[in-house]
Design a binder for this molecule. Structure first.
Ligand SMILES: [Zn+2]
Length: 152
């Protein structure tokens, strides 16, 4: 028996109710299959884009494409300061590219600005928090572009 910490209330269930996970000390996931299914269903309903783009199947290709389209963006890294340092080292180039992009895509800027205003919570920080997101393709670069202007 193993306790599922995701069930409400936390529930003891037989190990057969937990999916296998070789990386866990007991070889099973910390949440039961039922909870995992619920989480997946909720994730998919919260992230319709995920289904549409079949992100998992295409992420390598998407990442490659993203790098081709955004040659100035740093590669993905786990160092939270990396992007900031990268920006400091390349600020002139990045600024020029961001201005060029905005000049070429005026409609998208408005669209993104209004989307961000409605989506921003009270905890939205402007001191580097805007560049924490990574690993998603679209408005990633735009969010960074905007946070760059805050930092100037
Ligand atoms: Zn559960």
């Amino acid at each position: 028996m193993k306790r599922c910490r995701t069930c409400h209330p936390p529930t003891m269930k037989p190990l057969s109710e937990f999916s296998l996970d070789a990386y866990r000390p007991d070889g099973h996931r910390s949440q039961c299959k039922e909870c995992a299914n619920k989480n997946t269903a909720r994730y998919l309903s919260d992230h319709p884009d995920y289904v549409q783009t079949n992100y998992e199947n295409n992420k390598e290709e998407m990442a490659k494409k993203y790098r081709e389209q955004h040659p100035l963006m740093p590669k993905k890294t786990d160092d939270p300061n990396y992007q900031h340092n990268y920006y400091l080292a390349n600020s002139e180039r990045i600024k020029a590219q961001a201005e060029k992009w905005r000049a070429e895509n005026p409609g998208r800027v408005l669209e993104l600005n209004s989307a961000r205003e409605s989506g921003r919570g009270p905890s939205g920080s402007r001191s580097g928090g805007g560049i924490r997101r990574r690993g998603r393709a679209t408005p990633l670069c735009l969010g960074r572009g905007d946070s760059i202007s805050h930092d100037l």
